[in-house]
Design a protein around this ligand. Structure first.
Ligand SMILES: [Zn+2]
Length: 249
């Protein structure tokens, strides 16, 4: 029972708390943009460090080098899903990009992503509670800029702020079934935690490499220094968490 409550609390930290950044954007778009410009490189560093220092070593412990095959498959699957959805969208709108028709796909893709965040949090928790906390924090940090971007997309498509908030709120709820299903099934299926940790690593690496790194624009020397500093800060944050809370089960 205690484990279950902890997993629900961590899913809450990763999903609902991440909406706060988006809510700030609704009230003060300039603050939201500022927050996003710091959170993007910070989250990139956190995602890379969590994947390479925590998730992958744990997954290799359980699956041996097979873990890397799972990461590869997940990475390519996520790429195909994104391209396929984008492709679909292109077909329905001919050559003109029509934001409104893309909105359901954006929300759908987000909801799958949020579900997988829940899988990542619970799989990490099954290794050890501190690792679960670290992954929940990594989710919180990458969801903040994600949600800010989502609110921007929904508002520019003509959503009222309240509708934009509720839409992202419902999508964020997908983290809970992701976490709970992982919690229940990983106890029943032998060796599943190793696979799920590899899925989490594939997801985090994909988000960092294709979504966040290209967004971390180096417009001026000043912004480059700032971006690199926040990225390194994200890596240091994870190293510090590992030092304070031992992550191995
Ligand atoms: Zn996420």
């Amino acid at each position: 029972m205690g484990d279950l409550l902890n997993i629900i609390a961590l899913a809450f930290l990763g999903s609902i708390a991440g909406l706060i950044g988006g809510a700030i954007f609704l009230f003060r778009a300039d603050w939201g943009r500022k927050l996003s410009s710091m959170a993007l490189p910070l989250a990139t560093g956190v995602l890379l460090a969590v994947s390479f220092l925590d998730l992958l070593p744990e997954a290799v412990d359980q699956l041996d080098t097979g873990a890397f095959s799972v990461v590869l498959v997940v990475f390519i699957l996520l790429f195909l899903i994104e391209r396929f959805l984008f492709h679909l969208h292109h077909h329905t709108t001919e050559d003109e990009v029509e934001p409104k028709t893309a909105i359901p796909l954006v929300i759908f893709g987000d909801t799958i992503h949020n579900f997988l965040d829940g899988v990542a949090i619970a799989a990490a928790f099954m290794v050890s509670p501190p690792l679960g906390l670290t992954v929940a924090l990594a989710t919180f940090l990458h969801e903040t800029p994600h949600e800010i971007a989502d609110f921007g997309i929904l508002l520019s498509a003509g959503f009222k702020p309240s509708k934009a908030f509720l839409t992202n709120f419902y999508s964020a709820l997908a983290t809970f079934p992701g976490a709970l299903l992982t919690f229940f099934f990983s106890q029943k299926i032998e060796g599943s935690v190793g696979v799920l940790l590899s899925v989490a690593a594939g997801l985090f690496l994909y988000v960092a490499a294709t979504d966040f790194l290209p967004e971390t624009k180096m417009e001026s020397e000043k912004s480059s220094v700032k971006n690199v500093s926040f990225l390194i800060l994200g890596v240091i944050l994870i190293i510090l968490m590992r030092a304070i809370l031992p992550h191995t089960g």
